[in-house]
Design a protein around this ligand. Structure first.
Ligand code: 15L
Length: 266
């Protein structure tokens, strides 16, 4: 039987990187976004739907028959509170509620290091399930997404895995990402593991490659079958000067800067 995987925010950065990497024989990818999603190439088993994560009836229809949802949709950086509240928080609740109503058993939620960004860097690896200390409204929305995932697991039995993604780009774009980078190939490896893991329940894992300078634990992700193969270190020479002093102090780095205060004039 064909496996059906839905990706929200499929036209965004991570969605675009995942699309070719999650293609499999016997799998249909249903790609949702408010922005246009490029039409399927010849032979690509893909369905594209223009849809907001805040549209419950539309989401419910789009999720019908899905085996799992990878929820990437929403703002991926700091934004005005009203937008964060509507798109990220209400949007995540809408996706989970649509999954419940459509009978989708598993939702993988994109969380972020910014859910815990105000934790001091400290020595050693930041553990799995590190208590929330968001660094922005965006970080608050990721904490809320994790809380909603927990609720939808405990109340309705959905498997929900929240991935605190370090930073998933083609290659690292700042020195901090020598520690926090999740390579696109490792991101796909992680998603495959999370799609396949038997009865995970509710989990919070770090999404990071096995970087030599890694700040985050890989224990919980590995326990679910993730085997990272990449290390950002090979890009170290290219990142000269792409450094923020806050990277030494907080897990969230520059997201902890007062420049990100939402309403500086009030
Ligand atoms: C995130 O959560 C963002 O979505 C991404 O755009 C990067 O800024 C990343 O964190 C990061 O910290 O590098």
């Amino acid at each position: 039987m064909t496996q059906r995987i839905v990706i929200t925010g499929a036209a965004g950065g991570v969605g675009t990187l995942l699309r070719p990497r999650l293609a499999r024989q016997g799998r249909t990818l249903r790609l949702l976004d408010v922005a246009p999603v490029p039409e399927p190439a010849e032979g690509e088993d893909v369905e594209c739907v223009r849809l907001s994560v805040t549209d419950l009836p539309g989401m419910r229809e789009a999720l019908a028959g899905a085996d799992a949802v990878i929820h990437l949709g929403g703002l991926s950086v700091e934004g005005p509170w009203e937008q964060i509240l509507d798109i990220n928080i209400n949007g995540t609740r809408t996706v989970l509620e649509a999954a419940r109503r459509a009978g989708v058993p598993r939702v993988i939620v994109a969380s972020s290091s910014h859910a815990v960004g105000f934790h001091p860097r400290g020595e050693g690896e930041a553990p799995d399930y590190l208590f929330p200390r968001p660094d922005t409204y965006y970080g608050v929305s990721k904490v809320a997404a994790e809380a909603l995932g927990s609720l939808y697991h405990d109340r309705y039995g959905l498997d929900v895995i929240c991935v605190r993604i370090g930073g998933c780009f083609e290659k690292p774009i700042a020195t901090r990402q020598l520690a926090t980078w999740l390579s696109p190939d490792d991101c796909a490896r992680l998603m495959e593991a999370l799609i396949a893991a038997p009865s995970p329940g509710f989990r919070v894992v770090w999404g990071v490659s096995d970087n030599a300078r890694r700040w985050f634990s890989l224990d919980e992700a590995r326990a679910l079958g993730y085997e990272p193969e990449d290390d950002a270190e090979r890009f170290a020479g290219e990142l000269e000067g792409r450094h923020d002093p806050l990277d030494e102090i907080y897990l969230g780095g520059a997201f902890c800067s007062p420049e990100l205060d939402a309403d500086p004039d009030d």
